[in-house]
Design a protein around this ligand. Structure first.
Ligand code: 4AD
Ligand code: MG
Length: 475
């Protein structure tokens, strides 16, 4: 059996063809359009209605799975260059035209989220998932070609890597009275691991240990956050790519993030252009429904090319605050969060203003106030800022965040104490600073945020097969 993506490349000379897939449409009792997921394009199959079993033909409806044997010929009709003249037809599974929700018409994304187990049969979702797969491959290729080692860090952990306390508890205890003490706390010492454990929010701290022997490493795994952010940019379960480099400072880190993002976007332009063209058309249709002044100046392909071709702007937090303070939406109180003083955290509206309105380019902001960043970031001599960096993208805001790590034992211990980070639990992390410490850096890129950008979709729930969000863990 040959995949439809391959069949469509063949020059037709009446070759015998066997193909399998799902019916997209059946028109005029003659034209069956089938898709097998290998490409956005369907294969047109033509049947001679009268020569076929009439009972069988009644079963050819959208969603039915079939096998077709026939010969490949040049198509005289519009819309395709080749087609299959059907000789034999076999049905694997009938569909049900009354109840099959994926009909050949436009469905809203909200409706399709309710039917997440079937939405992969639509052109939009199969395109997104093929692009997701290509991006994933490109990520491994990029790091492998650069000599990074792929490492696997634990999913179940006793630490809070970001120190933000937004974690899901992992427990094997029954939630009954006997497992709670008098204060109503779970008796974690009786639990499977003999202590309190959670799903990881980041593999970074363990990746740091591995970089301190392997040099350059990266993780690519699921991460979990119990933050109650019901936005179009947040998932409770998402995938993160986290490179970590020994002997690398913040500048090297910024360089890598930029090179990395450009490489993987270029990869899909070269390898997924049919899916991108389809999503581009979708993007343009969506834009049409927006008021003129809110429409994007570039189409999807132009946006991707723009990122690949232009140098990311790099500014420090001070400069970012100055720009934001004197910006129109700040002065006119159009921002939800008004920037009034140095030290406030940037919200996505501020990040998007800098990227979309002010610079019209991806931006990397670095040297953030230590108060708003995690404990492990390297402290600057000003004693106010740390060597943090956030990569900001149009339509998204923060797509990646990272830092140079604090490699000096005393400075790290002091900061952990100030931030009330449990150093007993992190004794091994401190050991790295005791035995051959080196300057090192890394970042984390949110995979789904990158896919949002690459596909022109608006909601993060539409770029992962089964989104996990507050009040929703269906499928
Ligand atoms: O900025 P974050 O929290 O950084 C870290 O976790 C570091 N340990 C990374 C490192 O230095 N190795 O998260 C990194 C990225 C964000 O920039 C964002 O793209 C994504 O992960 N992200 C989310 N994506 C979807 N849903 C969420 N709830 C996300 N939270 C973070
Ligand atoms: Mg961040």
């Amino acid at each position: 059996m040959v995949k439809i993506s391959e069949i469509l490349k063949i020059s037709p000379k009446k070759q015998n063809i066997v193909t399998k897939g799902w019916i997209k449409t059946f028109r005029g009792n003659r034209f069956i359009s089938i898709n097998d997921g290998s490409t956005i394009n369907n294969l047109q199959c033509v049947i001679d209605f009268n020569s076929q079993n009439q009972e069988l033909l009644k079963k050819l409806t959208t969603g039915t799975s079939i096998k077709i044997e026939g010969v490949l010929v040049k198509s005289i009709g519009k819309g395709q260059s080749i087609e299959v003249m059907v000789k034999k037809l076999f049905i694997y599974g009938e569909s049900d035209p009354e109840n099959f929700p994926i009909q050949p018409k436009k469905h809203s994304l909200e409706f399709l989220r309710e039917k997440a187990h079937l939405r992969i049969r639509t052109s939009t979702f199969s395109s997104i998932m093929r692009i997701r797969s290509s991006l994933s491959f490109a990520i491994h290729k990029f790091f492998n070609d650069k000599g990074f080692f792929h490492v696997h860090t634990p999913i179940i952990t006793g630490i809070d890597a970001e120190g933000a306390g937004e974690m899901f508890r992992v427990s094997a205890l029954e939630f009954n009275k006997s497992n709670f003490n008098k204060k109503g706390e779970l008796k974690s010492s009786n639990d499977f691991f003999g202590k309190e454990t959670h799903l990881t929010v980041s593999g970074q701290l363990e990746a740091e240990t591995l970089a301190m022997g392997l040099g350059n490493v990266y993780t690519f795994g699921p991460t979990f956050r119990a933050e109650n952010s019901n936005t179009s940019r947040h998932l409770a379960e998402f995938w993160m790519i986290e490179p970590e480099m020994a002997f690398c400072d913040l500048n090297g880190n910024m360089d890598l993030s930029e090179e990395f993002i450009k490489y993987i976007l270029k990869y899909i332009l070269l390898n997924c252009i049919e899916d991108l063209n389809f999503l581009n058309q979708r993007f343009l249709n969506e834009e049409k429904s927006k008021p003129k002044n809110e429409r994007s100046e570039m189409n999807l392909i132009e946006k991707i090319n723009f990122v690949i071709k232009n140098k990311f702007i790099r500014i420090n937090y001070d400069e970012a605050i100055k720009i934001l303070k004197s910006s129109k939406p700040n002065k006119k109180k159009k921002f939800k969060f008004i920037i009034s003083e140095w030290g406030t955290d940037l919200q996505s509206e501020h990040e998007r203003y800098l990227v979309e309105k002010h610079f019209k380019s991806p931006v990397i902001i670095y040297d953030y106030p230590s108060k708003i960043k995690a404990f492990y970031m390297r402290q600057n001599d000003d004693e106010k800022t740390v060597r943090a960096m956030d990569v900001l993208f149009p339509g998204i805001g923060e797509i990646a965040g990272g830092s140079q790590r604090e490699e000096r034992l005393e400075k790290l211990q002091k900061r952990m104490k100030e931030m009330k980070i449990d150093s007993d639990e992190l004794w091994w992390y401190l050991d790295l600073r005791r035995f051959g410490t080196v300057p090192h850096s890394g970042f984390g890129l949110g995979f789904e945020r990158l896919i949002l950008f690459a596909t022109g979709m608006n909601n993060i729930r539409d770029v992962i097969p089964y989104p996990r969000t507050p009040q929703n863990a269906s499928f």
